[in-house]
Design a protein around this ligand. Structure first.
Ligand SMILES: *Cc1c(COP(=O)(O)O)cnc(C)c1O
Length: 413
């Protein structure tokens, strides 16, 4: 292949257009995170690198609100963090209970099935959350090894209350897992106070980073279950390395016992840590802790409420149980007779603003508009509402002029 014969677009470096990402994630990256990710690499076992790994572990204990020793990174998108937790905790035939309130609950069942687990579900209509009494009843009936939950399911914008579920699990000796990718630091999340055993997340929502690394935390209980399945890879086995004797974890890449060996003082090599992602993850946590986790959650609450107030003032109906809406993403019905994709197209083409479409039963029914991380701000909410009003009018919807921005400004003040 001759480089000069390539079309000009291929010969040029890729330059992304300026965008304001107001969808359900990813969102516009915090510039401090982009800066951190542009620093030069260091070697895998350089003390600077292992210090950075240990610091990142310490910072994420603050983000997850936990004392868990095992708080570390899985190098993959958030889905890989979920898969690592489930495949490392579940053995074929283990029972797992999954409350489903949207797409990401479905994803937990899909992953748990592939682990060979016996999957039991309780489902609520999209736009609602599960009642803890319903979960308690199902725990008694199913007697699972693991309860696998999603806190903020972006597909429906609902935020599942978790504070009572930990006690229900402890009383029954059930392990308690949560995917908090979309909700962490945008909504209150308490790993230790809520009795969680395994939690996984991602950076691309309220943490203000790109996707590509999954922070994970494990209680001692969960770590013991996983380490009972520890198996040292042949090529790096030392004379005194012994397997723990439990059933070997059925994934190599997502084997948390091996990944924990890598993040421990032993530094047993597994993969090559994604150095630039690690720098980004560290900076995301540092930024959140610098502002204060409670303050970050409050900023998301205020921005989400102002956005919701503005959308209502436009004459649009909000989707789902508003008492359980995530702070950081609002679902809003596409008005009768309006082409939802045409509005999204205009938002992007005319204003460089991305808002979200929806999946499954909500496809073509609602838009999802996010105010997350770096974009959970007053100016981004006001700009999005002002532009949406124009796009709606272009598509034939009689949006009352100026009302949305006024309502949002009122909510902010
Ligand atoms: C956005 C989101 C994810 C993202 O997973 P990726 O693999 O990073 O795309 C996972 N879980 C939930 C609940 C989410 O909202």
């Amino acid at each position: 292949m001759n480089f000069n014969d390539l079309p000009p677009a291929l010969r040029a470096s890729f330059l992304p257009p300026p965008r304001l990402l107001m969808g359900p994630g990813p969102i516009t990256c915090d510039p401090r995170v982009l800066r951190a990710m542009s620093y030069q690499l260091v070697g895998q076992f350089d003390p600077a690198m292992t210090d950075c790994m240990n610091q990142t572990m310490a910072l994420y204990r603050g983000v997850f609100r936990t004392e868990n020793r095992w708080t570390f990174m899985v190098d993959s998108t958030a889905r890989g963090g979920i898969e690592a937790c489930l495949v490392s905790l579940l053995e074929p035939g283990d029972r797992v209970l999954v409350p489903i309130m949207g797409r990401f609950g479905q994803l937990l069942t899909e992953i748990a099935e592939r682990c060979g687990a016996e999957v039991h579900t309780i489902a609520v209509p999209w736009g609602e959350v599960c009642d803890p009494a319903q979960v308690a009843e199902a725990l008694d009936r199913v007697r699972p090894k693991l309860l696998a939950t999603v806190q903020g399911d972006t597909s429906t914008t609902m935020c599942q209350p978790l504070d009572e579920l930990g006690r229900l699990c402890r009383e029954r000796d059930v392990l308690f897992y949560c995917d908090c990718t979309a909700s962490i630091v945008g909504n209150a999340f308490e790993t230790d106070a809520w009795g969680l055993d395994a939690v996984s997340a991602g950076l691309q929502k309220c943490l203000g980073g790109p996707s590509g690394i999954a922070p994970v935390t494990l209680s001692d209980r969960a770590a013991a279950v996983i380490q009972a399945r520890r198996h040292v890879e042949r090529g790096i086995r030392a004379a005194d390395d012994e397997d723990a004797g439990g059933e070997r974890i059925r994934s190599n890449y997502f084997d948390l016992a091996m990944i924990m060996d890598y993040w421990s003082e032993a530094r047993l090599n597994h993969h090559t840590e994604a150095t630039s992602m690690l720098y980004g993850a560290r900076e995301c946590a540092r930024i959140a802790l610098e502002e204060g986790i409670d303050e970050v959650v409050e900023r998301h609450r205020i921005a989400g409420n102002a956005l919701a107030a503005g959308l209502a003032a436009l004459g649009l109906a909000l989707f789902g149980d508003q008492a359980h809406r995530m702070h950081n993403v609002v679902g809003v019905y596409i008005p009768e007779g309006v082409d939802g994709e045409a509005v999204r197209g205009r938002m992007l083409a005319d204003f460089g603003i991305e808002i979200g479409t929806s999946f499954g039963p909500l496809h073509g029914v609602i838009w999802r508009i996010g105010t997350m991380g770096y974009n959970a701000r007053r100016d981004t909410v006001l700009t999005t509402l002002a532009c949406l009003e124009q796009c709606l009018r272009c598509e034939g919807f009689a949006a009352p002029p100026g009302e949305a921005v006024a309502a949002a400004l009122g909510a902010f003040s």
